[in-house]
Design a binder for this molecule. Structure first.
Ligand SMILES: [Fe+2]
Ligand SMILES: [Fe+2]
Length: 353
């Protein structure tokens, strides 16, 4: 039994079923595509109509400047998170307990690099360059998900990250498959399919440890104890304090509030934890019949703000590592640029000949 394969699950078909439904909706919307706005037509009205009809805004279309800026910020921060997120797990590639585990973890970390690339490419369709975005990250003017500022102390943390962190990421990202901006929605469909695999691999690591020796089970429990609340904090501040939500909902970038998604994640995890034989570290966790959902203890939002402001356990280490990797990779970028320039000259000569 794996992460989201539970009978009677909500929603039916699980999160992957929802991704498939979103993909079908995307294809249907593409078939109804009305093309670009009429020249000289009312561009703002066209934008509003496309969004209302659940069609996609494409790079060719006019869009409000604030919509473009919101998307650039969100997609870039998402891309940065994928790239920085490679570090805590990369830490365990050389120490994975078997060749098979090593190969799986390598593939998983490599997927995260791929997610970063799709997302930087999606952001570039909004008229910003990848160089500019990387610069914003390295100079600390754009953020990445605070979860990656926590350390991975044991092998079980690789399992807890897959189950909880990738699990929270999917709950957040499945609704983004229906985002109004076409390139972002399409990138999210592919990303979510891969995240679902990541969640299962983490779940399977924890399942193996939880059914191993008492020391292995204790190691798995310790990981879940440390990663539970930071994972709940991944959904962001509570709705009352969330600054960007209302406008993003109106533009159909965001479909559910932070608190709705957090609740959904908790409800999904309870049965999975039971199947693992591991305890969620929350004495207040109990089913609420009236709400048809679990009551739970909120994460420490003051801690979240401290980590976002740069004072988590690993913020400095993560940024130093990224800056070093970026400068050590300068020769690769130079070589790629030189190759591209040579090819462009050759292409020109071919056309001229
Ligand atoms: Fe990812
Ligand atoms: Fe992932």
């Amino acid at each position: 039994m794996y992460g989201n394969d539970f009978p009677g699950e909500d929603p039916p078909g699980g999160l992957l079923g929802e991704v498939e439904a979103a993909e079908a909706a995307l294809r249907a919307a593409a078939a109804r595509d009305r093309g670009a706005a009429e020249p000289g037509g009312d561009l703002a009205a066209y934008f509003a109509e496309v969004v209302d009809a659940d069609q996609k805004i494409e790079p060719r279309d006019w869009m409000p400047e604030a919509y473009r800026r919101t998307l650039i910020r969100q997609i870039a921060q998402h891309a940065h998170s994928e790239i920085i997120g490679m570090q805590p797990e990369g830490n365990w590639i050389s120490r994975a307990p078997s060749l098979k585990r090593k190969a799986i973890l390598l593939a998983k970390v490599q997927d995260e690099a791929g997610h970063g690339l799709y997302l930087y490419a999606a952001a570039e369709t909004l008229g910003v360059s990848r160089d500019e975005l990387v610069d914003l990250l390295l100079s600390g003017r754009q953020k990445y998900s605070s979860i990656f500022n926590y350390p991975t102390l044991s092998w079980a943390d690789v399992g807890a990250i897959g189950w909880l962190v990738d699990g929270a990421a999917i709950v957040n990202q499945v609704p983004l498959c229906r985002c109004s901006y076409g390139p972002y929605a399409r990138a999210m469909i592919r990303v979510c399919k891969e995240e679902s695999f990541h969640q299962r691999q983490g779940y399977e690591i924890l399942h193996t440890l939880a059914h191993g020796t008492p020391a292995q089970k204790a190691m798995a429990q310790d990981s879940v104890d440390r990663w539970w609340y930071p994972s709940l904090a991944m959904f962001g501040p509570p709705d009352g304090d969330s600054t960007h939500s209302a406008q993003s909902m109106a533009w159909k970038i965001k479909r559910f509030s932070n608190d709705e998604l957090r609740q959904r994640f908790v409800d999904m995890c309870v049965g999975q934890a039971e199947a693992l034989g591991l305890r969620i570290p929350d004495p207040e966790l109990r089913w609420n019949d009236e709400r048809q959902a679990y009551d739970f203890t909120e994460p420490d939002y003051d801690e979240l703000m401290r980590v976002i402001k740069g004072n988590g356990p690993c913020n400095r280490q993560r940024m130093e590592h990224r800056r070093r990797a970026h400068s050590e990779g300068a020769w690769v970028r130079e070589a790629a640029a030189a190759y591209a320039a040579k090819r462009a000259v050759k292409e020109k000569e071919k056309v001229a000949a």
